[in-house]
Design a protein around this ligand. Sequence first.
Ligand SMILES: Nc1ncnc2c1ncn2[C@@H]1O[C@H](COP(=O)(O)OP(=O)(O)OP(=O)(O)O)[C@@H](O)[C@H]1O
Ligand SMILES: [Mg+2]
Length: 155
Amino acid sequence: MVSEIKKSWHIATAKQMEALGATFASVITDSGVIFLHGPLGAGKTTWVRGFLHARGHTGAVKSPTYTLVESYLLADGLVHHFDLYRLGDPEELEYMGIRDYFSDDMLCLVEWPERGAGVIGRADIELTLSYRGSERELMVYATSEKGRKIILQMK
Ligand SMILES: Nc1ncnc2c1ncn2[C@@H]1O[C@H](COP(=O)(O)OP(=O)(O)OP(=O)(O)O)[C@@H](O)[C@H]1O
Ligand SMILES: [Mg+2]
């Protein structure tokens, strides 16, 4: 498995986290699967908000805590934003037809991916967000060849 830390960022504010999500949106132009790890309130949804706004979404971006997934049809195609925090049993994902979401031409951004382990498959890129006092750190790992190529483009 390709699992190298390519880069990490120190992020002082939520605005900066959104800006970093937007920067990732400019290099993730294709389909793929991004996992977002990190504790409650670390900034995962904030990163996704920046990502989706950079892709042209103009409305609100709320964490799909109860619905598990929110899908956005944007100019570049479909983006699925998952939050699996409240997933009781990974089997629920089978009922919602998870394989259709994770098909090859989709872009999936997944918060709390560990809760769907065994059902949602592998990521191309894994982001890990952590608290640094009131600020945050974001580390990015490539977990596929496709992910490695994307991260190499990050400045
Ligand atoms: N440097 C920072 N980066 C990101 N968010 C920050 C930062 N500093 C403060 N915040 C605040 O922390 C909160 C992050 O919330 P967010 O919903 O993005 O977290 P989350 O990781 O998605 O949590 P959850 O696991 O509950 O879904 C927001 O209220 C945001 O304004
Ligand atoms: Mg969230």
